[in-house]
Design a protein around this ligand. Sequence first.
Ligand code: SAH
Length: 229
Amino acid sequence: MLPVLLALLVVAPPPDTSWPHQDLRERMVQQQIAARGLTDPAVRGALRSVPRHRFVPEVSPELAYADRPLPIGHDQTISQPYIVARMTALVRPDSADRILEVGTGSGYQAAVLASIVDSVYTIEIIPDLAASATERLRRLGYHNVVVRNGNGFDGWPARAPFDAIVVTAAPDAIPPPLLDQLAEGGRMVVPVGPAGGPQDLTLVTNDDGKLTRRTLAPVRFVPFLRPEP
Ligand code: SAH
């Protein structure tokens, strides 16, 4: 009897039920992520585990896991789950990576990255959002994320270089400091284009110091804010 039980435990680990609404997350992954052909197991696992409803506490859990972006206050939005999954898959996160995110917002994309990689540094320009994301990530136990209030245009020189950079607001052109802070072998994903869109989802790779850009798809992100000089 005991060996049978042990075998069952090894073969069929229980699903991660550490957060409620596992069923909604599972359906989100099947219907929105897998159905669109995104197969990366680490990314799917991350979307299954991060409690998205805690990042948009003012809406119902059903809406939190729906196939759409949602307002998070201050005229900002949390991206549609598929976009978060796609941006994450595009930078091919590895467990040993150090990642920079520009545009913390609710902290959801940072939490998704942090459930795959070692360390995430994220910058948010709106002080209230930076403060609430810091507190939320701390409460949820994402201790490998560091949030800073500031202008992401400058990147985070003290922590550079980064194996990956994820920009979740759209600049007209890629800020040069971000290009400088991409490690050799690094990947950056950034929506580039005018406010109001459409913008081009762009992948930049650093291969032996040579930067290559590829435009992947039209997208619509909130604008990359530039503080008054
Ligand atoms: N990644 C977020 C959603 C981001 S919305 C999430 O998962 O919830 C884009 C965010 O980028 C907004 O919060 C906006 O305030 C922020 N932002 C815009 N311009 C910025 C800049 N120059 N530096 C840092 N953050 C910026």
